[in-house]
Design a protein around this ligand. Structure first.
Ligand code: SF4
Ligand code: SF4
Ligand code: FES
Length: 325
């Protein structure tokens, strides 16, 4: 079988200089790319062979420093790790190269990540511990406790998840997935003494974990498999465990979800809305409720079926629950 060794690709590259340009524009380059090239190779070729003024960040070239993150056809990637042929397989032979956030551009693909770093700093991304200045021995962490940190430690602060998050796109106050993953990483560490303080920070309305819409984009885009949405869910649990959850739509939604599964072994969508938003809230959603009822998505409360494995589901919930609502 013949293997394609090179292919012609059209690159549309975002250009903008905040000091001289009023509006952004795109430059187009048609280049032959080879199967071993990554996006950073193309940026280098454009800069070295076609236009030395193209600006972008690069450093380690090994997927470690996180500075080369950009978007290709709207998808956050690390330029030094993403192979052209993989992108061509997904998007075809026209690739649009843009910065992670077009509204934060300083020059071309370089953005000002101040909001990212400010939010990161706000969750205290370090161990807070009243340690002795000259300890007699190491503070060892058992393998069991180290496992609790999951993959949160792998984050390279590239910002790909932060600038792909739809909750953040519509609400600049939202803390964002990378900072939440870091908040989990340090709060789950047995040596840390600031977990309650951090949980209060991520529990804030309109900024905290309850405003995540669970779209999974942060998990999909992360080049290090940090899976921030998983850490956000862990923070939900930790907030309940610490007994600092506020009574709001999002927390009642979580409680209602668990309540429905415990009662039916299935999700009662209609009851979930009533649990989260109350009877007046149900009235607000009446048109959607009628449409869902007509399509068999919800049923009348007295017709709600029960899972045939309800006893088993109840046992599973009992054995896995860390929180009493
Ligand atoms: S799952 Fe939540 S945090 Fe992650 S991208 Fe979606 S809204 Fe943002
Ligand atoms: S969680 Fe992943 S995508 Fe987000 S900043 Fe860290 S490494 Fe990048
Ligand atoms: S240059 Fe360091 S991660 Fe790409």
């Amino acid at each position: 079988m013949d293997t394609i060794k090179s292919q012609q690709v059209t690159f549309k590259v975002f250009r903008f200089n905040e000091e001289t340009d009023y509006l952004p524009y795109y430059n187009t380059y048609v280049l032959d790319v080879t199967h071993e090239e990554v996006v950073l190779d193309i940026l280098n070729r454009i800069k070295w062979d076609h236009d030395g003024s193209l600006s972008y960040r690069r450093s380690c070239r090994h997927g470690i420093c996180g500075v080369c993150s950009i978007k290709v056809n709207g998808k956050g990637i690390l330029a030094c790790k993403s192979r052209l042929f993989d992108l061509i397989n997904v998007f075809g032979s026209e690739l649009t190269i843009e910065p992670l956030s077009t509204k934060r551009v300083v020059k071309d693909l370089i953005i000002d990540k101040k909001d990212f770093w400010d939010k990161h700093a706000a969750i205290q991304p370090f161990l807070v511990s009243d340690i002795e200045e000259h300890p007699a021995q190491e503070h060892l962490v058992s393998p069991h406790d180290a496992e609790k940190l999951l993959e949160a430690d792998y984050c390279i602060q590239c910002g790909a998840c932060h600038y792909s998050c739809p909750a953040l796109a519509i609400n600049e106050e939202f803390i964002g997935p990378a900072a939440f993953a870091a908040a989990y990483r340090f709060s789950a560490d047995v040596r840390d003494d600031a977990s309650i303080e951090r949980l209060h920070t991520v529990n804030q309305e309109a900024q905290g974990v309850w405003d995540c819409v669970k779209c999974m984009e942060c998990a999909e885009v992360c080049p290090k498999d940090v899976n921030p949405i998983e850490k956000i869910t862990k923070l939900h649990n930790m907030i309940f465990e610490a007994n600092i959850a506020k009574n709001n739509v999002a927390t009642r939604h979580a409680v209602g979800f668990a309540h429905s599964i415990q009662k039916h072994g299935l999700l009662d969508e209609g009851e979930l809305v009533r649990y989260s938003e109350g009877n007046i809230g149900v009235m607000k959603h009446l048109p959607e409720a009628i449409a869902m009822f007509r399509n068999g998505k919800i049923v009348m409360p007295w017709n709600m079926p029960k899972s045939k494995n309800l006893d088993e589901v109840k046992k599973l919930i009992q054995s896995s629950s860390t929180v009493k609502f």
